[in-house]
Design a binder for this molecule. Structure first.
Ligand SMILES: [Mg+2]
Length: 228
């Protein structure tokens, strides 16, 4: 059976976001949250976008405003739409991501992005990165038909189904040891952990996982997996 490759998005195909704090602050301002309350709003928003459920940035903003005791403005949907676009403007692909995905596409290897977060925000991040046309499937935890986050098995089931691959014929590449690597390993995928500065610490790493420091290192194992 043909092999396929799954990639996490944030911190894997994408570099860390340029200005998360500034983006949250701008979003809070647009929603009418006063400056002294922005720290409280940020905590509420970060919890709201991390729920194991269908979620959009608009629904997360609404939940955060309610949880924080703020009022929700009538313009909330418009603010959330603009905030998604602004978030996308801060997205940068890892320099290795495009050539790697181009090679896989040229070799007709099916690929999937498997990412946690609000459906609209993650979709916009992938679009803004320029990588969307190079991947076959996108699995977002906040999508209505996913509605759970990695490491839940349903996310990986959706990914391998989209790739038309058995779990053992798929490789998961990601930077989050618990969500990406242990989750995928439990579901039977091969795993490659982008460990960054933790590359020398083997504690909690599933047996057989390739451990690399960045996406360039992962690219070598992707090719080895496809040849193996
Ligand atoms: Mg990540």
């Amino acid at each position: 059976m043909r092999r396929g490759v799954c990639f996490d998005l944030d911190g894997t195909l994408l570099l860390p976001h340029g200005d998360w704090s500034g983006w949250v602050s701008d979003t809070a301002t647009a929603l009418g949250v006063a400056a002294p309350s922005r720290h409280r709003f940020r905590g509420a928003l970060e919890r709201a976008i991390s729920v194991d459920a269908a979620v959009t940035l608009a629904s997360a903003c609404r939940d955060a405003l309610v949880a924080g005791g703020f009022g929700a403005p009538a313009t909330l949907a418009d603010v959330a739409r603009e905030a998604c676009l602004a978030y996308g403007r801060g997205v940068r692909a890892h320099p290795v991501a495009e050539p790697l995905l181009e090679r896989l596409a040229a070799a007709d290897v099916p690929t999937a992005v498997v990412t946690n977060g609000p459906f609209d925000m993650q979709t916009e991040a992938l679009r803004a990165s320029g990588l969307a046309p190079l991947v076959r499937a996108t699995i977002v935890s906040g999508a209505p038909d996913v509605a759970v986050r990695k490491p839940h098995a349903r996310v990986f089931w959706r990914a391998v189904t989209a790739l038309h691959a058995r779990p053992e014929d798929a490789l998961m590449v990601g930077d989050d040891l618990a969500a990406d690597i242990r989750g995928a390993h439990r579901f039977g995928l091969a795993t490659c952990w982008i460990a960054g500065e933790h590359a020398d610490d083997p504690s909690g790493v599933p047996l057989g996982t390739w451990v690399v420091s960045d996406l360039a290192g992962a690219a070598l194992h992707v090719e080895a997996f496809l040849d193996g």
